[in-house]
Design a protein around this ligand. Structure first.
Ligand SMILES: Nc1ncnc2c1ncn2[C@@H]1O[C@H](COP(=O)(O)OP(=O)(O)O)[C@@H](O)[C@H]1O
Ligand SMILES: [Mg+2]
Length: 297
């Protein structure tokens, strides 16, 4: 499997590349059909005391896909994300990325590989502006290397300018210009989600995990977030795996859609297929939700 070189991945813009099409976005040119598996989840188990949160979950994610992960509350979706992202150790099972075993890798090692999970803007970053939040993404800051700061101040300055330009491109891309100098703490819920997505863009990810990016976001911003995800996927080849409840949103963006229930995978198919799947409908109804059927049909 061909991945971008480290230099390209960490600072593609430093070599004059902008947010335009990047290497790898033309999948057909780089990946033969047999090489398109990006992530493989094999038989993951994770329990908390007596709760079997994830039980024998297995699925694969194709390079260049936007894979949806749905399922009733408590199905184990977030726990599985946390296992993949290195926040929880799995009890057993394996995670492969580009064929390499990354099970149990720490978040910073996954970050270096381009496997990113978005996180809420940490409290201490709420007093930084949107643009500053983008500029301080770890790995995008050569100037933080002390030796460089002493020995090569001119280079550090140049790097800072480049990172600033990159931040501005991300701001443009996500249409965050009106709030670029606003403190992150003052953003609306949807704008914060866009900023979280922007922070992953600073790190040039290969796969981004989004956990309920649409939760509590108004319709207009949800559309902007959806459009941004689609463009990042189509124009720049990002692969996404997203947990979401809003089936309109899922249907518009995701193919395939994986359904989890009781810790394992129940179904995989197009949004339409899984919404018509009897076992899936049963799983939602089985949670006793009043409007379960409407959520999946
Ligand atoms: N840190 C934790 N400690 C104990 N139980 C947990 C923890 N995280 C999740 N669980 C439990 O694991 C199950 C799966 O939760 P979760 O992965 O959050 O599901 P989902 O994201 O699909 O709603 C639930 O029963 C939940 O209460
Ligand atoms: Mg969850």
């Amino acid at each position: 499997m061909r991945f971008w070189s480290t230099a390209e991945r960490i600072r593609p813009w430093a070599s004059g590349k902008s947010l335009g099409k990047r290497p790898g976005s033309n999948r057909a040119a780089f990946f033969s059909p047999a090489e398109t598996l990006l992530l493989e989840i094999h038989n993951i188990y994770k329990h908390f005391g007596g709760i079997h949160a994830v039980e024998d979950a297995s699925f694969t994610i194709e390079q260049g896909s936007i894979t949806g992960l749905i399922g009733p509350n408590g199905a184990g979706k977030t726990t599985l994300f946390n296992v993949i992202a290195g926040l929880y150790p799995a009890d057993s099972g394996r995670v492969l990325f580009g064929g390499q075993d990354i099970t149990g890798f720490a978040p910073h090692d996954l970050f270096a590989k381009g496997v990113l999970r978005t996180f809420q803007i940490a409290h201490e970053f709420s007093s930084l502006s949107v643009r500053e939040n983008l500029m301080v993404v770890p790995g995008s800051q050569l100037g933080e290397r002390l030796l460089d700061t002493w020995l090569r101040p001119a280079r550090v300055k140049a790097e800072e300018i480049t990172i600033g330009q990159r931040a501005d491109e991300v701001i443009d891309f996500l249409q965050l210009n009106p709030v670029a100098t606003e403190l992150a703490g003052n953003l609306s819920g949807g704008q914060k989600k866009l900023l979280e997505l922007g922070r992953t863009m600073m790190a040039e990810p290969k796969i981004v995990f989004l956990d309920e990016v649409g939760a509590g976001v108004n319709r207009t911003l949800l559309r902007t977030i959806g459009d941004s995800i689609l463009r990042l996927n189509r124009e720049q080849g990002y692969t996404f795996c997203m947990i979401e409840h809003d089936m309109d949103f899922i249907s518009r963006l995701c193919d395939p859609v994986i359904v989890m229930a009781s810790g394992s995978v129940l179904a995989k198919g197009t949004a339409q297929e899984v919404m018509n799947n009897e076992a899936v409908i049963e799983a939602y109804l089985g949670t006793g939700r009043k409007h379960a059927r409407e959520r999946v049909t």
